[in-house]
Design a protein around this ligand. Structure first.
Ligand code: ACO
Length: 430
């Protein structure tokens, strides 16, 4: 990050020189850290559309070119050649592992897949019909009550153990939330299965009969995990960083990330997208919904379309679309009406002036729901699956922040537009 370039800003006649930081890739960044001290003004940027909140070495997105890299490696290569636990290693430690490092990491993760037995009782306190995301926010937050020995964030070893615990236990927790919601017994993790196969087993096996995980489906599941593993400073990741900046323990921070992810503008979009595709139902009704999306007076948005950063295409959506075709083929699901509506909707929207001019393209959520539904997951499980995939991204970003000696508590400023100072009026005189 060279800072030999600078910019000059004139604030009410006073010239301020601001350094310009040059990243490895992407636009230069104006360093305004000393602005308030020098010029007594704040900057205003709700939604952080022009503001970098940190520096990071983990993930890079080029929204115009439609590129996503984890530690420099393009997502298409990782989706085709790598697997989720290797991607976890890469995100956490910065480099691809050697064979020995991979083996060791796999052993460490599989050793932590079970949750404390008492957590089973904790699950049972929730209403049966609770959304699995509601259960997950509660249970992951409660992990800090079960794993005291890894909550001291000043100890690098405890940070490491907490990271591995979270990556290992999130599939177990998501599967338990699902099993609880359908009234089936919890299925314990099986450490002879790989990460994705184990998750499918915990979700779909029952004690009454053997369950065989189809390796091709496990591979598709693994790819979904990989595509969602990190996405630089999105809303939930920024939430995790902000929560962590105060020194909160990692379990509490990840619970905050899960809560943020739940929103329909973020991770909740995959559930909302599939519900929308089902509501449209048939190809002939698409124009009606396109018209609704374009109507300024109608709050309806085409779910699974648009992205804050991608203004060309979402590279994850491309891989996901291929995966959807493969999985439906594998399961013998032909002429799936939801897929037909999705494909036609995509075709029409990509040619429509409104979507073209606003650079609205299908995002990762547009096809993921179709795959998950075909695998047998109810829509309520889509966002929990996103959450468990993203946990490694959150934890990598959290670790990067905590390990940075320059880390400060996150504390945005504001543009106050409320009442001016005024005197209190006694109740009887109002
Ligand atoms: N359908 C119709 N119009 C849209 C859509 C959409 N899905 N998305 C954006 N627009 C329009 C807006 O109305 C706005 O129009 P205007 O300029 O005339 O006011 C313009 O495009 C820009 O939209 P913003 O909301 O300002 O863009 P922003 O970058 O803030 O929002 C977001 C991005 C939240 C993803 C938005 O596109 C959206 O709501 N999409 C649907 C939800 C979704 O799929 N979310 C998943 C995101 S990916 C993820 O989290 C993994």
């Amino acid at each position: 990050m060279a800072d030999s370039k600078s910019a000059k800003l004139l604030v009410e006649g006073k010239e301020i020189e601001l350094p310009i930081l040059s990243p490895t890739a992407g636009p230069d960044v104006l360093d305004i850290r000393k602005l308030y001290g020098q010029a007594d003004v704040f900057t205003y940027d709700p939604g952080f559309t022009s503001t970098a909140s940190c520096d990071s070495t983990i993930t890079y997105i080029d929204g115009d070119k439609g590129e996503l890299w984890y530690r420099g490696y393009p997502i298409e290569q990782l989706a085709a050649k790598s697997h989720y636990l290797e991607v976890c290693y890469l995100l956490l430690y910065g480099e691809l592992p050697t064979e020995d490092q991979m083996k060791d990491f796999e052993t460490r993760v599989t050793r932590h897949t079970m949750v404390h037995e008492q957590m089973h009782n904790f699950f049972r306190g929730f209403r049966r019909d609770a959304h699995p995301m509601a259960t997950m926010v509660g249970v992951v937050g409660a992990m800090s009550a079960f794993y005291h020995d890894s909550t001291d964030i000043s100890d690098p070893l405890q940070r490491e153990i907490a990271s591995v615990r979270l990556i290992a236990k999130l599939p177990t927790i998501a599967a338990m939330a699902y099993k609880y919601s359908i009234g089936q017994p919890f299925v314990y993790p099986r450490n002879d299965l790989d990460y994705a196969a184990n998750f499918l087993h915990m979700c779909f096996a029952v004690p009454a009969e053997p369950y065989h995980v189809d390796p091709a489906l496990a591979r598709a599941m693994d790819r979904i995990f990989t595509l969602h593993a990190d996405h630089e400073q999105n809303a939930s990741t920024s939430t995790v960083r902000l929560a962590g900046s105060s020194g909160a323990n990692p379990f509490a921070c990840i619970a905050a990330g899960i809560a943020c992810l739940w929103g329909p503008a973020h991770g909740g979009a995959n559930q909302a997208c599939l519900e929308m595709l089902r509501e449209i139902g048939t190809v002939d009704r698409i124009p009606e919904y396109i018209a609704k999306a374009k109507d300024k007076n109608d709050p309806f948005r085409l779910m699974g379309f648009g992205h804050r950063v991608y203004k060309n295409f979402d590279p994850r959506a491309k891989v996901m679309k291929e995966s959807a075709d493969e999985v439906l083929d594998l399961l013998g699901v032909h002429n799936n009406p939801t897929l037909q509506v999705a494909k036609e909707l995509e075709r029409i929207a990509l040619e429509d002036e409104y979507f073209v001019s606003k650079k609205l393209y299908p995002n990762v959520d547009f096809y993921s729901g179709i795959i998950l539904e075909a695998m047998g997951f109810p829509t309520s499980m889509f966002t929990p699956i996103f959450a468990l995939s993203r946990t490694v991204g959150w934890i990598s970003q959290w670790k990067e922040m905590i390990g940075d000696p320059q880390n400060k508590i996150g504390r945005p400023r504001q543009l106050y537009v409320g009442a001016d100072k005024r005197d209190y009026v006694d109740l009887g005189k109002r």
